[in-house]
Design a protein around this ligand. Structure first.
Ligand code: AMP
Ligand code: MG
Length: 419
């Protein structure tokens, strides 16, 4: 019987000189050196910045043993297991400690957060106490040491609380404030310049003539960059003309750490971005075995990092999420983060050809039993921006995958607030 040899399709031959998604990521990584410039910022103004110092605790938090409940502070050794009556000799409020000694057989009334008297090690909740005129009576069993928060229980003096490279989030502001620290050393923010290329593009507010479309890429890029806490320089729309492109690229590269463009990196007759980049910098043009987002230009203009993203609106978002996002984090000095992936059941059937990595748009949802499942957004064309808008995750389909039957497990990457 003759052996069956699968024929390479045109599409497969097309992918033959393409980089894999992982190779492209690795090449980007190899070219990036994190910025080293730092600045001091007052605590609130440091939100969203990256720490350029370790934060160590100058104090114990909490600084003293204190009561976790409203109740009565007692000597734990007085607890005998049977009914116990203790004389109340004073009261302690948060911020107003009791001054004086407390002998065995005595207690004080104590409020949540109030400093524990040194002699006492146990707090009885007020709900478990019978209150008399000048004494209290306890029934039942109570454990020695209960309802007391120890000094240093949250943080010990000298302990490293946050590491260099950590991005300061709202919880961190509170954490640093709890240590009494008013100013921190952070990396300066990255500056990212971007513009769209294309004679057909008009900005919102302008009327459309025949053959023209509104520029959407500058808006999706703006939105994603805003979420990443970088400084943004929006340079508008640049027409498909060599001189205009040359000027825009030169200006962008002296003003920013990273320049992003969209469109003009493919093989069309008006795709001049390539030519200008070759002239101005060291830039590679890649075909990546992925869909959407096959053509991508990447390199440097002097010391400025450059990404020439494809023009199609979905491709822009996918290539930004998959390549630019990680590059910006590396450049900013954040430690490398593993992508957040989940394996879930996919209820849709998905058509796919082997040979390229696909980032299909998916919707994660909870079924009636509360289980998380995923379905596709339907039509997956790279110009269909609505598919991004209704999606909340990418469905990752590896190069070798040749389709998905309904009710199979797939890997998804939630947008996590970036898109
Ligand atoms: P290009 O890579 O320049 O050939 O563009 C590919 C496709 O994306 C074309 O249909 C363009 O009209 C479209 N496109 C390019 N840039 C934008 C943009 N900024 N906003 C919306 N669509 C765009
Ligand atoms: Mg174009």
């Amino acid at each position: 019987m003759a052996e069956f040899i699968p024929q390479e399709s045109c599409a497969d031959a097309h992918e033959a000189h393409s980089l894999s998604v992982d190779e492209a990521r690795q090449r980007i990584k190899n070219l990036i050196t994190p910025i080293t410039t730092w600045e001091k910022r007052s605590l609130r103004d440091a939100l969203g910045f990256i720490l350029d110092q370790n934060i160590t605790s100058p104090i114990n938090v909490p600084p003293h043993n204190n009561s976790a409940m409203d109740g009565y502070a007692i000597h734990g050794s007085d607890l005998t297991g049977s009914t116990l009556t203790l004389k109340q000799v004073g009261i302690a409020f948060a911020g107003q400690p009791y001054i004086g000694t407390i002998k065995s057989g005595e207690c004080i009334r104590i409020m949540t957060g109030a400093m524990m008297p040194t002699e006492c090690d146990t707090v009885i909740m007020q709900e478990h106490v019978e209150v008399n005129d000048t004494s209290i009576t306890l029934h039942g069993k109570h454990a020695i040491g209960q309802n007391v928060r120890s000094a240093g229980e949250d943080l010990q003096q000298g302990e490293t609380v946050l590491n260099q490279g950590h991005k300061i989030m709202p919880a961190d502001l509170g954490l640093i404030a709890s240590l009494g620290i008013a100013e921190v050393t952070v990396k300066r923010k990255l500056r990212v310049a971007f513009f769209s290329t294309g004679d057909e593009l008009r900005s919102i507010g302008e009327p459309l003539e025949d053959g023209q479309i509104y520029d959407s890429n500058r808006y999706t890029l703006y939105g994603m960059l805003k979420r990443l806490d970088v400084d943004i320089l929006d340079m508008g729309v640049v027409p498909d003309q060599k001189e205009a492109l040359r000027q825009a690229l030169q200006l962008a590269s002296v003003q920013a750490d990273v320049v992003l463009t969209s469109g003009g990196v493919s093989v069309g007759d008006a795709d001049y971005v390539k030519e200008m980049l070759v002239e101005l910098g060291q830039v590679d043009f890649w075909k990546i075995a992925m869909k959407p987002g096959r053509p991508l230009a990447f390199g440097k203009i002097n010391d400025t990092l450059f990404f020439g993203l494809p023009g199609n609106p979905v491709s822009v978002m996918v290539t930004f999420y998959q390549f630019v996002n990680g590059a910006l984090q590396q450049l900013a000095g954040l430690p490398e983060q593993a992508p957040q992936l989940m394996n879930v059941n996919c209820i849709s059937s998905i058509r796919k050809r082997a040979g390229r990595f696909e980032f299909q748009r998916g919707i994660l949802f909870q079924d009636e039993k509360g289980l998380t499942q995923v379905k596709t957004t339907g039509e997956q064309g790279s110009g269909i921006l609505r598919s991004m808008s209704i999606a909340n995750c990418f469905i990752l389909l590896e190069e070798q995958c040749d389709g998905v039957e309904p009710n199979s497990i797939v890997t998804v990457q939630p947008f996590s607030g970036l898109i």
